[in-house]
Design a protein. Structure first.
Length: 245
C-alpha cells in the first residue's frame, strides 16, 4: 500500500507563524511536526511501498528540502497546483487530482497532527477488513469534538454515525485524519467531488462515505494533537515536551 500525507494547507489560523513556513514543518520540541508522523510510518515499511507528501506549489520546495533527511524511503513530494489560499482545491479535491497516481490500497494521514499511538495496529485492522478504516480517539474535552468530528461505533466497530464539526457530540469519540482505503475508494472520491460536496475538510468525505460504503473505526491509544491554532500549537509543545522529556 501507499501513504498520502495531506500537507496542502496554508495555515491561515496560525498566521503570522505560518506565513512563510508550511504548518507540518513547524518545530515541536525541536523537530518538525511531520517528523513525528514519519516516525510512525517507518515501522510500516513492510506494508508501505511509497509515501507521497501532497502539498501546494508555494511550499513544495520546503518539503523537498525536508525530504532529503528521509532519503531511505520511497518518498515523493507532489503539488496540488495552488499557490495561495484562494486557489487551493481542498484536501478531498487534492486527493481527486492525484487519484491517477494511486494504484494500490492507500493510507491518508494529516501531516499537521501528532499521534501518540503507533499505526501498526491500525494497518493490521484494515488488512483484516479490507474496508475503509478511520482512526478514532477518545476526546479529552468537548472542544476537540466540536473542532473535529463526532463518531458512533456499533458493537463490531462499524461507524454508524459520523458528523464533521458537530454542534453537539454524539459520543466521546473523535475521528482523526488517519484513514486506510481500499483501492476502489478512489472512484468514490471522484464521485464525491463530482457531486459538488465540500472539498476542504477530509472528514466531510467520511461523513458521506459511511452512508454509502461500510466504514470501520479503529481506536487509537492516547492523544492526538491537531496543530491548527496558536493555542493548540502551544499545547502540543507542552505535552510532547513532557512525553519526550
Amino acid at each position: 500500500m501507499m501513504a498520502v500525507i495531506l500537507a496542502g494547507g496554508y495555515g491561515r489560523r496560525l498566521w503570522p507563524i505560518t506565513r512563510d513556513i508550511a504548518k507540518p514543518l513547524l518545530p515541536v520540541a525541536s523537530k518538525p511536526v511531520i517528523d513525528y508522523l514519519m516516525e510512525k510510518l517507518l515501522p510500516l515499511k513492510g506494508d508501505l511501498n511509497r509515501v507521497m507528501v501532497l502539498t501546494n506549489s508555494r511550499f513544495k520546495g520546503q518539503f523537498e528540502d525536508w525530504a532529503v533527511r528521509w532519503a531511505g524511503l520511497n518518498l515523493e513530494v507532489v503539488s496540488d497546483g495552488s499557490t495561495c489560499e484562494y486557489e487551493k482545491p481542498g484536501a478531498v479535491g487534492a486527493l481527486a487530482k492525484i487519484s491517477h497516481m494511486i494504484d494500490e490500497d492507500f493510507l491518508v494521514v494529516a501531516g499537521d497532527c501528532i499521534y501518540e499511538d503507533g499505526l501498526a495496529g491500525f494497518v493490521e485492522f484494515f488488512k483484516s477488513k479490507r474496508l475503509t478504516t478511520v482512526g478514532v480517539y477518545r476526546a479529552e474535552h468537548v472542544s476537540q469534538i466540536k473542532r473535529g468530528s463526532t463518531v458512533l461505533l456499533d458493537r463490531d466497530n462499524r461507524i454508524v454515525a459520523f458528523v464533521e464539526k458537530p454542534e453537539a457530540p454524539l459520543s466521546g469519540l473523535v475521528g482523526a485524519v488517519v484513514y486506510a482505503f481500499p483501492l476502489k475508494i478512489k472512484d468514490r472520491i471522484m464521485e464525491y467531488v463530482g457531486l459538488g460536496l465540500p472539498r476542504d475538510e477530509p472528514g466531510r468525505l467520511i461523513e458521506w462515505l459511511h452512508k454509502v460504503e461500510p466504514v470501520y473505526g479503529y481506536m487509537l491509544k492516547g492523544s492526538v494533537w491537531d496543530i491548527g491554532t496558536p493555542e493548540s500549537y502551544r499545547e502540543a509543545e507542552r505535552y510532547v515536551g513532557r512525553l519526550i522529556g
